[in-house]
Design a protein around this ligand. Structure first.
Ligand code: MG
Length: 317
């Protein structure tokens, strides 16, 4: 029975992610050792990757929801937690874990991650809502979303391969996706006058780091209430080499392959349907995206006492 005098966490766990340890015993032990109640344990399903479980956790009145899984699980849990007063903790499983990496959360030490979730420093971060093809309902993302080339990469990356070789799978998928044409794309930033670009991909970022330490949105902050937009248009003799070089220079220099915008909302429209991806999950195809920031709407637990990672601009809770 739940003890009303003790704090209680819910763990929304993706059971597909294999772990070397018995995760449930480990999390339960850490919770009890720290004076918390036994956690509410909720496994995600294919047809409900986390939203339903998070609602159940909120209804049970828990003090914290721990997302145990990859970026997909974190995203689905955050979709429900954003705008509430219940904080999110991260227990990274699997290979991607881009949000955890951006926040300097240890992705290889489950015990440390649970301790950070229970006792860590708390921050408020932005979430970004994304509406596909004028849909009333939105998804949220925490790291990045894309339309076009990048999204095709994510969609084409086989999960089994991703688990075996980690981020190299992304590169492999990228190479297989290389052929293709840039598409004329209409962009509208903060509701201003629309403009057009011929691009392979348009991406929106909430924070900037991807695999291999690459920072694709230079200076992006998770709590500045602003969304970073990048257009990718390989051109000239160097083509993709130019894009890669531009990324390695972190957007400094005048590489026309990459263009950046910082805004509160962005609308992206193409003529032909393009692959759409959010935080590494594919959403299928679409021709229109509306991205909108919900500033500082998610309470998140960070490693205690650690210097704030560069992704956060505000140091006070
Ligand atoms: Mg930002």
């Amino acid at each position: 029975m739940a003890d009303p005098h003790r704090n209680r966490a819910a763990v929304v766990v993706n059971p597909i992610k294999r772990t070397e340890v018995d995760l449930r015993s480990l999390v339960t032990k850490v919770c009890l050792d720290e004076g918390w109640d036994e956690p509410l344990w909720l496994e995600t399903k294919v047809e409900d990757p986390g939203q339903g479980m998070t609602r159940e956790a909120l209804e049970a009145g828990v003090d914290l929801v721990i997302a145990a899984g990859g970026d997909g699980t974190v995203r689905c849990v955050s979709e429900v937690l954003a705008g509430t007063d219940t904080p999110l903790g991260l227990l990274p499983l699997g290979t991607g874990n881009l949000l955890a990496r951006n926040l300097d959360i240890d992705i290889n030490d489950p015990q440390a991650a649970v301790l950070d979730a229970l006792n860590g420093t708390e921050r408020r971060i932005d979430v970004v809502h994304i509406h596909v093809d004028h849909a009333q309902d939105s998804h949220v993302f925490l790291v990045m979303a894309g339309l076009g080339f990048d999204a095709a990469i994510m969609g084409d990356t086989r999960d089994d391969l991703k688990d075996k070789v980690g981020w190299l799978a992304y590169v492999d998928a990228g190479i297989r996706n290389l052929p293709g044409k840039p598409a004329r794309t209409k962009l509208r930033i903060d509701g201003k006058k629309p403009f057009y670009r011929r691009v392979r991909s348009v991406m929106g970022g909430n924070c900037g780091k991807i695999m291999g330490g690459l920072e694709i949105f230079p200076g992006a902050r998770l709590d500045d209430g602003l969304l970073d937009i990048m257009t990718v248009a390989p051109r000239g003799k160097l083509g993709w080499l130019g894009v890669a070089a531009g990324l390695l220079r972190r957007g400094k220099g005048r590489d026309p392959s990459l263009e950046y915008f910082r805004c509160e909302s962005a609308e992206i429209q193409t003529l032909l349907p393009q692959e759409i991806e959010i935080d590494g999950d594919t959403l299928g195809q679409g021709t229109h995206l509306l991205l909108r920031v919900q500033p500082r709407s998610l309470r998140i637990r960070m490693p205690y006492g650690k210097k704030d990672p560069a992704v956060l601009s505000q140091t006070e809770p």
